[in-house]
Design a protein around this ligand. Structure first.
Ligand SMILES: [Zn+2]
Ligand SMILES: [Zn+2]
Length: 228
């Protein structure tokens, strides 16, 4: 069976369902999206309990907002990097600085119009990821989780053997967050974003699945890296 990839939009971000021998979820969506998640699973004929693992790409509110409920519904284990697990375990809502003027404006918009209206339901992280790769073979998925900092210090990506890569916010493809596919306009380090992309390219990334916007080929990133 070829790896099957489905998108479930949960508020301002997408979560991805990856299925092969097993089923895993990438990210936990914006806050208060439990109903949309249940509906999304129905649409793809997947029972909640079939999901065995939730990989959280990073600790921003739009990636962990419904994670506690999703964990409860599915009974899945939840994996998150050690540098960001406090966001979900304690309900922290950090935001990174902008990389440019547009990024600074967007972070300002989130601070004023989004954060005050959200709280993160907390839950425990079962699998604490570090800087080493984490194989997904025990979960029936041919791929691994790789530490890819830059957008945040504890950002991770899920890279499948097919070259499909789920990168959270290491790149974006949706206005107003970005103008077309490319690097996010905010994060903790441009240099780390580029270094993380170099690692993903070296390891065979081909198709990019961002949390914000549609998938795009990795050639877009190669061109952006070449420009520097
Ligand atoms: Zn983010
Ligand atoms: Zn995001």
């Amino acid at each position: 069976m070829r790896v099957k990839i489905d998108i479930i939009p949960l508020g301002i971000g997408n979560v991805y369902v990856i299925r092969d021998q097993g089923a895993i979820l990438v990210d936990g969506g914006d806050t208060k999206k439990t109903k949309a998640f249940v509906k999304g699973l129905e649409n793809i004929s997947l029972k909640p309990e079939e999901i065995e693992l939730i990989v959280i790409t990073h600790g921003h509110f739009d990636h962990i907002g419904t994670a506690a409920d999703i964990k409860k519904l599915t009974g899945a284990k939840l994996a998150m990097h050690e540098k960001e697990k406090a966001c979900l375990e304690k309900g922290f809502m950090p935001l990174p600085p902008g990389f440019n003027l547009w990024g600074t404006v967007m972070v300002g918009v989130m601070k004023v119009f989004m954060l005050p209206f959200r709280t993160i339901p907390i839950t425990n992280v079962d699998i604490v990821l570090d800087d080493n790769e984490f194989s997904l073979s025990n979960y029936g998925i041919p791929g691994k989780v790789i530490h890819t900092p830059g957008h945040s210090a504890g950002s991770v990506s899920v890279l499948l053997e097919t070259g499909d890569v789920f990168i959270g916010d290491l790149a974006m493809n949706e206005f107003p967050w970005s103008f077309g596919p490319g690097f996010a306009a905010f994060g903790v380090s441009v240099g780390s974003v580029k270094a993380s992309w170099s690692i993903l390219l070296e390891k065979g990334a081909k198709m990019v699945y961002p949390a914000h916007g549609d998938p795009f080929p990795v050639s877009v990133i190669e061109e952006a890296l070449d420009k520097d």
